[in-house]
Design a binder for this molecule. Structure first.
Ligand code: ADP
Ligand code: MG
Length: 620
């Protein structure tokens, strides 16, 4: 039998490799920016057209390439960055696989212009689908320009797979932010379809963070500095009261490389323990410097994950450094920092039998009530909350645990809180009236009688349904009922976030919002939907942004529906809120006046019924 194994031709191998390296225009942006940084550029310009689908170009003033290198740079495994396998353990550069340019050239039209400082003339090379179309001597400034046109021109399936310009641009912007944040000593500019999205000089880290996230960021930042033998940490965490509903301000850089690490993220969250509201995430911009020998960045083709030799130690150092900063800047209660064990009480407590009637938990205590009192909660309110009232501080321990709820490992914390309340009387509302037809159970359910038995309504879900239908009606009928604010409300968001709000502006106005300004500098709101407290406005918008980001607007995306759902979620009465009997009855009536009373906007049951028959069976 004849031999059947063949070596793949280079252009095929390159296309396959490209599948791994280049997922979307943002991947090209990342690779090109990293090459420019590795070439020691001090000024980098990013130019894109149609969210990178038509053009991605990066121009740098780095060291450039010789004629031979320019040609070689497009070969697979062509790299100037490692020479032997040992070099892999000493990496100080971003790239090292020598795959990016070869991969990109396999699936796009590429034009490279480059010149070294010592040469008078440079080189221009044009490659299309791995095929060199031309190579010429040319006049070009010192440095390199790589232009990538018509990405995926020869792989229609991949091209069709690309998302809308809005989504692709968001990916590019994210990538750009990461690189720009990691390199404040480099000046960056960024243009999309001819307009200037971003322009920053060489500056210090604080200035860079503020440039990217807006001038209001400055007052949020708490410096974190720590140097140990294994790890150097520098950067900032956001003050707890500025924590966000989105994770859009969480950045770890390890040796100036953006990485994602749920484990280290957890270290930060635990340093914030007790300081964050439920569902909120701390902001952080932290640079970690470690010996390159102790990490392995080669485990992921797009290199956002890193393996550390000793994660446990890093975790501990990071956690204590952040705690220390929060304590030093008088953000965390002193008690919290000095007696760490006190924070563990709830964990221990969880395992005990519920025999603690001595402790009185204020059931109507809403830990966030004071924060909702104004759009910007003050640091001091957190402090006094912990220091002056011992009972309050005890409860706050639970608050902290609750806020960690979405982390798998700590999910049980919520359970602790719930089981706690079950030890109390079922009728925890002291003002029970005799003739009422509804009552509230666990400050969570509304119980009512039916002819055939009993009805139990989930107050939060029911209220979401009521609000949802109401908002949807306003949005579709386009009749706004607005209440004017006494003082205009100024809010600040990142450009990406502003874009999301801008996209939904019409729908938001139909619910009753009135915007007097909506720009990247600020958003000014002069009117809000009737019944929406002013203090909730920023929460509503943040929730909305987070929902849009998580539910990436795609084909079957209805902006109106998402907006109505999101607002309903933000404004619905929460579990744990007590309702008087009028409110309870009103809730029951409004729910059953809905078109679809059975389910919440996210399709979960709003109520259950129990027939007398079933109850009777239970007594047999
Ligand atoms: P890698 O970055 O992994 O080495 P690339 O395919 O991205 O692989 O680049 C191949 C080589 O081309 C690099 O090692 C570098 O020598 C050269 N190169 C690429 N971009 C630039 C640039 N902007 N300036 C100077 N040299 C560059
Ligand atoms: Mg590279």
């Amino acid at each position: 039998m004849s031999d059947i194994i063949q070596l793949l031709p280079d252009h095929v191998a390159n296309q396959i490799a490209a599948g791994e390296v280049v997922q979307r225009p943002a991947s090209v942006v990342k690779e090109l920016l990293e090459n420019a940084i590795d070439a020691n550029a001090t000024e980098i310009k990013l130019i894109i057209k149609d969210a990178g689908k038509t053009l991605v170009q990066v121009i740098d003033n780095g060291k450039g390439m010789s004629v031979t290198d320019a040609r070689l740079s497009f070969e697979r495994h062509a790299t100037s960055k490692i020479k032997a396998a040992e070099d892999l353990f000493q990496l100080n550069t971003k790239g090292f696989r020598g795959e990016a340019l070869a991969s990109i050239a396999a699936i796009a039209h590429v034009e490279l212009k480059t010149k070294q400082a010592t040469d008078d003339l440079g080189t221009t090379i044009v490659i299309e689908g791995s095929e060199v179309k031309s190579q010429e001597v040319s006049v070009t400034p010192t440095g390199t320009s790589v232009g990538v046109k018509n990405l995926f021109f020869n792989i229609p399936a991949r091209r069709n797979f690309l998302k809308s310009d809005t989504v692709e641009l968001r990916h590019i912007t994210d990538e750009f932010h990461r690189v720009a944040l990691a390199h404040p000593n480099i000046a960056f500019s960024f243009y999309h379809n001819g307009s200037d999205l971003f322009n920053v000089p060489q500056e210090n880290y604080r200035q860079r963070v503020v440039h990217i996230f807006g001038s209001k960021t400055n007052e949020k930042l708490v410096p974190v500095e720590e140097e140990t033998e294994v790890l150097k940490i520098s950067g900032f965490v956001g003050k707890p009261e500025y924590s966000k509903k989105t994770k859009s301000e969480q950045f770890f850089f390890v040796n100036q490389r953006f990485i994602k690490s749920p484990y280290l993220n957890h270290a930060i969250k635990s340093a914030f323990e007790g300081l964050l509201k439920d569902g909120y995430h701390p902001s952080y911009f932290l640079n970690l410097t470690v010996d390159p020998k102790t990490i392995d960045i080669n485990i992921h083709p797009t290199k956002t994950e890193i393996k550390f030799d000793d994660e446990h130690t890093l975790y501990a150092i990071l956690r204590s450094a952040v705690k220390h900063s929060l304590g030093q800047f008088n953000i965390a209660p002193v008690l919290d920092f000095e007696h760490q064990s006190s924070l563990n009480t709830p964990y221990d407590y969880r395992d005990k039998k519920a025999s603690t009637p001595a402790i009185e938990v204020d059931r109507s205590f809403n830990p966030f009530a004071e924060d909702f009192g104004g759009s910007k909660p003050k640091t001091t309110s957190h402090n006094t909350g912990f220091k002056s009232a011992p009972t309050a501080s005890w409860e706050s321990l639970y608050v902290g645990l609750e806020s960690k709820g979405n982390n798998s490992e700590t999910d049980y914390s919520q359970v602790t809180f719930e089981s706690e309340s079950k030890n109390e009387s079922i009728f925890n509302d002291s003002s029970i009236e005799t003739k009422k037809t509804t009552f509230q159970l666990q400050q969570k359910y509304i119980v009512s009688t039916l002819k055939s038995g009993m009805l139990v309504i989930d107050q939060n879900r029911a209220h979401q349904r009521i609000l949802y239908e109401n908002f949807l009606k306003h949005i579709t009928i386009k009749e706004a009922t607005s209440q004017q604010l006494l003082f205009p409300l100024q809010l600040h968001f990142t450009p990406n976030e502003t874009k999301i709000i801008d996209d939904l502006k019409n729908d938001l106005e139909h619910t009753g919002f009135v915007f007097s300004e909506l720009s990247e500098k600020e958003i000014v709101i002069t009117g809000v939907p009737v019944g929406v407290p002013e203090s909730e406005v920023s929460i509503i918008l943040e929730q909305l942004i987070s929902d849009v980001e998580n539910d990436v607007p795609d084909t079957n995306f209805s902006a109106a529906d998402l907006l109505a759902k999101s607002m309903a979620k933000s404004l619905a009465i929460k579990n744990g809120q007590s309702l008087n009997s009028t409110e309870q009855e009103h809730m029951v009536n409004s729910l059953f006046a809905c078109k679809e009373p059975n389910v919440s906007p996210t399709n979960r049951p709003t109520f259950i019924t129990m027939a007398v028959d079933d109850i009777e069976k239970k007594f047999m």
